[in-house]
Design a protein around this ligand. Structure first.
Ligand code: ZN
Length: 46
């Protein structure tokens, strides 16, 4: 599990609360808060 503000690296992440999927394009991009529900915990799915 990852938290908003971390830089967990390139890949696709899924919001633990609503299931929204986002993609980080590079290793220096921070995980945002979820744009749908505002939650800040993510699972890496890809
Ligand atoms: Zn969400």
């Amino acid at each position: 599990m990852f938290t908003s503000g971390e830089k967990p690296g390139k890949g696709t992440y899924k919001c633990k609360k609503c299931g929204k999927e986002i993609t980080l394009e590079n290793d220096s991009q921070e995980l945002p808060s979820c744009p749908v529900c505002g939650h800040n915990k993510w699972d890496k799915i890809n």
